[in-house]
Write a new protein. Structure first.
Length: 451
């Protein structure tokens, strides 16, 4: 390994507090804010080098590795809850975060504390010069999580892919169980223009000897993923609709009442305190993944207790009642369609329905807004997410007007939420969607004590 000549924090540096450590972290390129047009030379070499310098902490514990276009975060939360309910110490790595970067790294659902986070980032700042190329912010965050999990001696880690699969830096993990929740269009500028390209990239997390859980049901993609799993040397492959699935999915007070079957068991009338029919599919993926991990079914009481504790902020989250205000991180067409279905099934109101929408560049504003129109929303307040990748407000508002929607513009997401609440009145409904950046700003405004 060649010692790097790039600028880095000196090996003697010490961060006095987490803000100083995060300042160092934020000095690295952040592809979440500045998405590349494509992958010039995709590689895991930097990440593998860093893991080697750290002693390959990701090999100290087994893992469940999750990817998919939508539903990763919810599935990770449910899988974590199931593992914790079984008495295991569980590390969880997810992205992005809504309010604090600590949210991405947790043990048994408890976020990494500021001092532990400072310490792990300080260690990374000292070893970074030993890696030949400058690391990215996401690579360092991933390394921080994998390293902290080893320090905490977790029994298992649940690791969510950042983007794609094959070349995502989380793919230094050899997942004992690999999960693909679903495959739809998103990040096509990086992952490829077709669903086959996207599925192929996500299948890169399949490893020899792994057990593979596939939530996608499109027959063509299922065939492709089955072939990729066989080629990778996977031990078993379970498909939703074949080996496992959600067999009943009903609206309940506070969420969904579901039945799930797996190769080992059938679970009846389990309450999942999350809104949206799609959460039944996510729950079935999580339950299948954990059963595959243990090689045995779980006791129904364990499943009931685990799912009852699941919380996923920013996913069909109710934050106000009069008017009803729902936050949802839907940020692509498939996500918006799922949101629209949920609004019709679970969130009807007597008054006006208003959407607050901001999007990142690369999205299809017409298709995303059309999903809202199908849910009866005719009024939208458009804002720009707080991101360099924000889609111009006029592009979104023009798409809304072209669909026959009444469009209002606001300077900030917070202003947009205020305008929408005033417009909806006490009997109305406001849905905030289009970007997690917009959802995060809305949460800060409406429930500041929870951020």
């Amino acid at each position: 390994m060649t010692t790097s000549s790039h600028s880095a924090t000196p090996a003697t540096a010490r961060f006095d507090d987490l803000p100083e450590a995060l300042q160092w972290l934020d000095s690295h390129i952040n592809f979440e804010l500045n998405m590349p047009d494509g992958r010039s030379v995709p590689t895991l070499d930097r990440m593998r080098d860093l893991m080697s310098v750290l002693g390959d902490p990701q090999m100290a514990y087994p893992s469940i590795h999750l990817t998919g276009t939508n539903g990763k975060g919810s599935t990770a939360a449910m899988a974590t809850a199931l593992l914790v309910a079984q008495g295991l110490s569980v590390g969880t790595y997810t992205s992005p975060n809504l309010s604090r970067v600590n949210e991405r790294i947790a043990r048994n659902g408890e976020l990494i504390d500021d001092e532990a986070f400072r310490e792990v980032l300080e260690t990374l700042s000292r070893v970074e010069p030993l890696v030949e190329d400058r690391l990215t912010r996401f690579e360092l965050l991933t390394a921080a999580a994998l390293m902290w999990f080893a320090d905490e001696a977790v029994d298992v880690a649940v690791v969510e892919v950042g983007l794609g699969g094959r070349w995502d830096c989380t793919n230094v993990v050899d997942g004992n169980v690999a999960v693909i929740t679903n495959v739809s269009f998103d990040h096509t500028e990086v992952l490829g223009p077709t669903l086959e390209d996207i599925a192929g990239d996500k299948s890169g997390i399949f490893k020899e000897g792994s057990r593979v859980i596939i939530g996608e049901t499109d027959p063509h993609l299922v065939a492709l993923l089955r072939d990729r799993a066989i080629q990778s040397g996977a031990l078993e492959v379970w498909f939703r609709g074949e080996e496992f699935g959600c067999t009943a999915n009903r609206v309940a007070v506070g969420g969904r009442l579901i039945d799930v079957r797996t190769p080992g068991a059938a679970y009846g009338e389990i309450l999942v305190p999350l809104h949206g029919a799609h959460q039944g599919d996510n729950a079935s993926c999580a339950l299948a993944a954990v059963e595959a991990f243990f090689g045995a079914p779980l006791h129904e009481d364990v499943v009931e207790d685990a799912f009852a504790r699941v919380r996923v902020p920013g996913r069909l989250e109710i934050v106000k009642r009069h008017p009803l205000v729902v936050l949802d991180g839907a940020h692509n067409v498939a996500g918006m369609i799922a949101l629209a279905r949920s609004l019709v099934e679970e969130f009807t109101v007597d008054g006006d329905a208003v959407a607050v929408v901001g999007m990142l560049s690369g999205r299809d504003p017409s298709a995303m807004l059309d999903a809202l129109v199908s849910a009866g929303i005719r009024s939208v307040v458009v804002c720009a997410p707080d991101s360099p990748r924000a889609m111009p407000i006029d592009v979104v508002s023009e798409a809304a007007v072209a669909l026959g929607m009444e469009a209002t513009v606001a300077d900030t997401p917070s202003e947009a939420v205020t305008v929408a609440i005033d417009h909806a009145g006490d009997d109305g409904r406001v849905v905030v969607c289009g970007s997690l950046y917009v959802v995060a700003d809305a949460r800060r405004l409406l429930i500041p004590d929870q951020v």
